[in-house]
Design a protein. Structure first.
Length: 596
């Protein structure tokens, strides 16, 4: 009989300062010394098994088997070695998820060359070139791959280093991808792979830089391998049922690039690369893919799950395909509104006759990312679970709250080229300071989970000195505002009351008012929309009348969130600080202080 979840016994050790440390009673089992050992193992065990799939220009699926992935990785590895790449001369990748991106990434990992997948937005958007320059200057890459040939000139302008550039097609002065993949590997590739160990740097993952300059987080093979073993121990069913995934989450982020990508690879699964996103018309590609391919695990951000709920209500083919063989739904990146959670449970019962587990986890780029996980029955969207095996979670008192801190084999050794930041981010006992606030679901029983209370930096005080927990409040509000509202941003720092910026789901809003031709600005002014929002806020205020939860005023901006203004992250969630900065005039008008 398949064991679905791992053991949940958790110990709690009190600290002298009023804090405490949680640990899993389950020890962490042994894991491979190199993340590519799992690719090698599956290429030998099931060479013809499809590892990765992607649609081509004709919408036909193109496949890469485990054997082919290993062969291409060895060819890429030889090319990188020939070009002088080594532990101190990394590979830079500026590209969307693709079969080519995967081959280059795996080739670098195979021969011990650190690889840095950087957000393509840093090169495609001129306003983000300053962030690209920070990444390039920090990395000093030897070779770079750009996913679109028209990005080459922009990269060269930013980078004043001698750089070998790989392009998808032939470009004068640069190397075409086909030439890289046809490089004949020599024994040097095997020798380089033999030298890779647990403390070899695997990746440099740059944080989004949404509130400052991007930081290069060092990811070692130890971190990646330990994290995958931790996943196996909390979700042992993946060892018996290789995961089938349909996933868009970007590989330059830790969620998609570490947790999802390597979960498929380490367990002989298949990852169908979804070129859709939960943004506007791009979501149609996701719908097309999920109507055709039934996943066994579905990873996504809450915004996308909400959009799926809206579509599945009226699309029986999508609904049946999505739930047909689904074992688990996994969300991260933002808080899940309780209404979306309940809707997904209802749809699962409609198709399968029972609920499909909806779980989440907590972690950071600095923790590879998994540090806690929900691997027990939970119906609270703000419960992020308990420590995974081998990982210690400290609750450290900070300003009257508890900050989550992490220690374990999945924690980074530091930031690339920034010993000053590295020193500040670890406490005196070597725990990584996450900056996230939390509490226990049940103080008498730690195995019932950790309640996430948002970023300490996002939380703010009202003029009265009362703290506002932004993450928790957003979840409460979205539970009332869905499905017409796609997201909200909470304002009120230093004021005596709270305000709310409300952003609409255009499709739902049009159906609500019965006019499919209205643009976003017209919807933002429509009386029926305001009636809906006012009623939802009134329901919320009736249940949460305190000064730190009551919404006194709101505004619906006439323009949707802007990726160019960095209001939207690569994961599709809103950056609260950037929205408030970009919409400062709207906020002032909302609070009635236009003269400020």
């Amino acid at each position: 009989m398949t064991t679905f979840f791992g053991p949940t016994e958790t110990t709690c050790s009190p600290l002298d300062n009023g804090g405490f440390v949680l640990r899993s009673s389950q020890p962490l089992a042994e894991y491979a010394p190199r993340i590519t050992d799992y690719l090698l193992a599956w290429a030998q065990k099931a060479p013809g098994q499809v590892f990765l799939s992607q649609r081509d220009e004709t919408q036909a699926w193109q496949h890469l088997t485990y054997e082919q992935a290993l062969m291409q990785a060895r060819s890429v590895g030889q090319f990188l070695l020939d070009k002088g790449c080594d532990a101190h001369n990394p590979l830079l990748i500026l590209a969307e998820n693709s079969l080519a991106t995967a081959s280059l990434l795996l080739g670098a990992l195979y021969v011990g060359v650190p690889v840095a997948p950087v957000s393509p937005a840093y090169v495609s958007q001129k306003g983000a070139h300053d962030k690209l320059k920070v990444c390039v200057d920090t990395l000093k890459p030897c070779v770079a791959y750009v996913g679109q040939t028209d990005w080459v000139g922009q990269l060269v302008q930013v980078c004043d280093l001698p750089l070998q550039v790989i392009t998808p097609e032939a470009v004068p002065g640069h190397t075409a991808l086909d030439a890289v993949l046809s490089t004949a590997p020599t024994n040097a590739v095997t020798q380089a792979n033999d030298k890779v160990g647990l403390d070899t740097v695997a990746k440099y993952l740059f944080t989004s830089g949404s509130t400052g300059a991007p930081k290069g987080v060092i990811n070692t093979h130890r971190m990646l391998c330990a994290n995958q073993q931790q996943l196996r121990q909390i979700f042992p069913f993946v060892l018996e049922r290789p995961p089938i995934l349909v996933d868009w989450l970007p590989w330059h982020h830790t969620f998609g690039g570490n947790e999802v990508f390597f979960l498929a690879m380490c367990n002989g699964g298949t990852l169908h690369i979804d070129q859709g996103k939960p943004i506007g018309s791009l979501f149609e590609q996701t719908i097309t893919n999920l109507r055709e391919i039934s996943p066994t695990i579905h990873f996504n951000v809450p915004l996308a799950f909400h959009q799926l709920v809206v579509r599945m209500r009226d699309d029986s083919v999508l609904r049946e395909s999505f739930f047909r063989r689904l074992d688990l739904m996994f969300y991260a990146g933002a808080g899940m509104p309780q209404q979306t959670w309940s809707d997904l449970e209802a749809l699962a019962e409609l198709v399968r006759g029972h609920r499909v587990p909806m779980i989440t986890a907590w972690g950071a780029t600095e923790t590879a990312p998994l540090a806690t996980g929900v691997f027990f029955e939970s119906h609270r969207a703000d419960n992020v679970g308990i420590p995974v095996p081998g990982c210690e979670i400290k609750f450290a008192p900070v300003d009257g709250r508890f900050e989550l801190r992490v220690r374990g084999p999945n924690v980074m050794p530091g930031y690339l080229g920034r010993p000053d930041l590295t020193a500040r981010v670890f406490d005196e006992e070597g725990y990584f300071r996450s900056g996230d606030a939390a509490s226990l679901a049940d103080e008498s029983e730690p195995s019932k989970g950790i309640i996430f209370e948002g970023r300490i930096s996002e939380n703010f005080k009202l003029h009265s000195g009362t703290w506002v927990s932004v993450g928790r409040l957003r979840g409460l509000l979205m539970g009332e505002l869905l499905p017409l509202v796609s997201d909200v941003v909470i304002a009120g720092q230093g004021r005596d009351r709270l305000g709310l910026l409300v952003f609409l789901d255009t499709g739902v809003a049009r159906r609500h008012v019965g006019q499919n031709d209205l643009n976003y600005a017209a919807l933002a002014h429509h009386p029926a929309i305001h009636e809906y929002v006012c009623a939802a806020i009134a329901r919320h205020n009736a249940m949460h009348p305190g000064s730190s939860t009551r919404i006194d005023c709101y505004a619906i901006p006439t323009e949707p969130p802007s990726a160019v203004a960095r209001e939207i992250t690569d994961k599709g969630s809103l950056n609260q600080a950037n929205v408030l900065s970009h919409r400062a005039k709207v906020v002032q008008e909302m609070f009635g202080d236009e003269a400020d």
